[in-house]
Ligand binder design. Structure first.
Ligand code: IPE
Ligand code: IPE
Ligand code: MG
Length: 246
């Protein structure tokens, strides 16, 4: 999508990215163990997919597991992997029925083989669906994505497929995990922290940032609507003056 297309005021952001944070604290507040919060977070994932589908969001990118989350206690990592596997198994048919294309972005090489197979099957099944693209960022890091794109470009230059002079922002974008999608319009983070935590970096250059205190398991369609309403009140200037864009 080029700049002038982005400037056309649409009421619905085309690409929404969400840092789903606060599961552990949500559980702790209820006197439960952290993983109880992760399990509860699945409902909020379903609610956000449903909102995106109903409202014509074209791409929804959810941060499920960061490259740094491996540093958590092994037991918690184990539960997160098990949950990921389970939800993939139980939800893919429904996503397919709803014409959702599922994509896992991130370094899947560290996942166990069964999970990788399940991911590939789900991606293949839903590959031609076009109501919504649901990107699940798993073992994803924004820096990793940028390094990976750089390596891929160097390999193309070395093999003579690409001329270095032809590398521009568009070509670089085409080598990141989100190559086929418009830049992120709206980035939401739940859980009250005001940081990016190595999520999409390149892709959020001009995203509107929206931080809320609610923990992820409490996020629902009404919360998503509030985020979209806040987005609609922002004036996106892309470097221009207010007068130029109004
Ligand atoms: C987000 O919730 C889920 C993942 C990072 C996998 P957290 O587990 O980070 O919950 P808090 O931030 O500790 O409350
Ligand atoms: C970011 O949350 C990662 C996900 C939501 C998957 P974290 O809880 O890992 O982020 P930090 O450690 O508070 O920055
Ligand atoms: Mg957290």
């Amino acid at each position: 999508m080029n700049l002038s297309e982005q400037l056309v005021a649409t009421s619905m952001p085309q690409h929404v990215a969400i840092i789903m944070d606060g599961n552990g604290r949500w559980a702790k507040k209820k006197g439960k163990i952290r993983t109880f919060g992760h399990r509860a977070g699945v409902k909020a994932v379903k609610a956000s997919v449903s909102f995106a589908l109903k409202n014509g969001v074209k791409a929804l990118t959810l941060f499920a597991f960061s490259s740094e989350n491996w540093n958590r206690p092994a037991e918690e990592v184990g539960v997160l992997m098990e949950l990921f596997n389970m939800v993939l198994g139980s939800e893919v048919k429904k996503l397919h029925k709803n014409n959702v294309r599922l994509k896992i972005i991130g370094d899947t090489s560290r996942f166990d083989k069964k999970l990788v197979n399940r991911i590939r099957e789900a991606e293949a099944l839903t590959a031609t669906n076009d109501s919504l693209v649901l990107n699940i960022a798993a073992n994803y890091g924004g820096r990793w994505d940028i390094v990976n794109a750089t390596k891929s470009l160097i390999a193309q230059v070395q093999s003579g497929q690409l001329d270095m002079a032809d590398i521009d922002e568009e070509v670089f974008t085409q080598n990141t995990c989100t190559a086929d999608f418009p830049a992120v319009d709206l980035l939401i983070r739940t859980g009250g922290e005001y940081r990016i935590s190595n999520f999409l970096l390149w892709q959020i250059a001009y995203a509107e940032l929206y931080f809320i205190e609610e923990f992820w398991p409490d996020f629902d369609e009404a919360c998503f609507q509030l985020a979209v309403s806040a987005f609609n009140e922002r004036q996106r200037r892309f470097g221009k003056t207010s007068e130029q864009v109004s």
